[in-house]
Ligand binder design. Structure first.
Ligand code: UT7
Length: 338
């Protein structure tokens, strides 16, 4: 039987719209001082965080992802029914199944879309971005919605000072579309995973390894557990290595970049990478002071900060970088085309 094969497509993909959302309620360092044995000075000096946004009870990841998605689509001026695929990067899905992508699809009314969730913790947005871009570059789709969203407050132990000061809730959505004539869009990526670091940052119970039981609840195993120093050391090393490898492969120096948009886990991790890349400080986007670590939400939220500050403009050469639980490592090179 003979097959009629479609010609191989050669399409470039770009981010064509951005929408972000954080819940209105603010949890400040002063608020945390009343909850655990901590203080504003320690949190600010060690992490750079001053406040984070937290959902009200009953608000789930699909809710904040939906808000970000609606803003993203409204800015582009298209209907949800035009979206062909939805990818949600999250470590706090509404539930194990169905996927958060299915829930978002229904909430926004994306009646023509398929989709799925990506589990890659702090690298979930860059990983989802690449998958969305590949769907467009392959010629399969022209409009893919990529969302990074996490309600970290649902899995944080607010009696544990070593983790509860770090995280916040937030979501960001981008639309991926084919580039127009003369546009470059997404250029290249460098991704790595290293599961030997799994126990350094994880939620022990609630999965098939340790299903929920009275014992797991009593032992507080449904919360984030982190060996902060192990993650810190890995993050400092790998964020630099991955970004350097990506830039070198593309013949680019840190000083050639217009904007560095890293995952926001710790200001010290960000600045050590920026220094290694010799990036001028004004090109490094940091908003951890306002939002804390929103896991999959940090990079789109930082993109939005950069746009609002006038530090991210059409044609800018941009580097994204992330390191997180898994371990997962991501670096993305792109031209901003909005
Ligand atoms: O996005 C996911 C990836 N995650 C990360 O990238 C996080 C990476 N790790 C970090 O950012 C840092 O390790 C932390 C911010 C989590 C911790 O900072 P650190 O400088 O590594 O502190 P530490 O864990 O070594 O603790 C130093 C001291 C300890 O006291 P002693 O043993 O020296 O007396 C802690 O008990 O600080 C104490 N401490 C606190 N003190 C006040 C820990 N948490 C707090 C706190 N307030 N919230």
């Amino acid at each position: 039987m003979s097959l009629t094969l479609k010609p191989r497509q050669s399409v470039r993909a770009k981010i064509s719209s951005l929408g972000t959302y954080v819940p209105p309620r603010v949890l400040s360092n002063a608020d945390l001082e009343k909850m655990v044995d901590t203080n504003d000075q320690w949190i600010t000096e060690r992490t750079g965080i001053r406040e984070r946004h937290i959902v009200e009870k009953g608000v789930a990841t699909s809710d904040i992802a939906t808000e970000a998605a609606k803003i993203c689509l409204a800015k582009r001026g298209i209907e949800a029914s035009e979206v062909e695929a939805i990818i949600v990067g999250t470590v706090t899905p509404d539930m194990s199944f169905p996927s958060t992508a299915c829930l978002v699809q229904n909430k926004i009314g994306a009646t023509g879309a398929w989709g799925f969730d990506v589990s890659a913790a702090c690298s979930a947005f860059p990983y989802s971005l690449q998958i969305g871009a590949k769907l467009v570059e392959s010629g399969a789709h022209k409009k893919v919605l990529v969302i990074g969203a996490d309600v970290m407050s649902a899995i944080i132990d607010y009696t544990d000072r070593s983790t509860c000061i770090l995280f916040g809730d937030g979501a960001g959505a981008v639309l991926i579309e084919p580039c127009e004539e003369g546009e470059i869009g997404l250029v290249d990526f460098w991704h790595e995973i290293d599961g030997s670091g799994a126990a350094s940052l994880y939620m022990p119970a609630g999965g098939s390894a340790l299903p929920a039981s009275h014992e797991t609840v009593d032992k507080r195993q449904h919360y984030v557990h982190q060996d902060g120093q192990a993650v810190y050391k890995f993050a400092v090393r790998k964020m630099a290595e991955a970004t350097e490898a990506l830039l070198e492969r593309n013949g680019i120096k840190g000083t050639d970049l217009d904007c560095f948009i890293p995952h926001q886990a710790n200001k010290r991790i960000i600045m050590s990478t920026a220094e290694r890349l010799k990036m001028p400080e004004d090109r490094v986007i940091i908003n951890i002071d306002r939002y804390g670590n929103t896991t999959a939400g940090t990079i789109p939220l930082a993109m939005n900060t950069a746009v609002e500050d006038g530090r991210l403009k059409k044609g800018d050469l941009v580097l994204l970088a992330s390191v997180g639980a898994g371990f997962t490592v991501g670096a993305t090179l792109l031209r901003w085309e909005i």
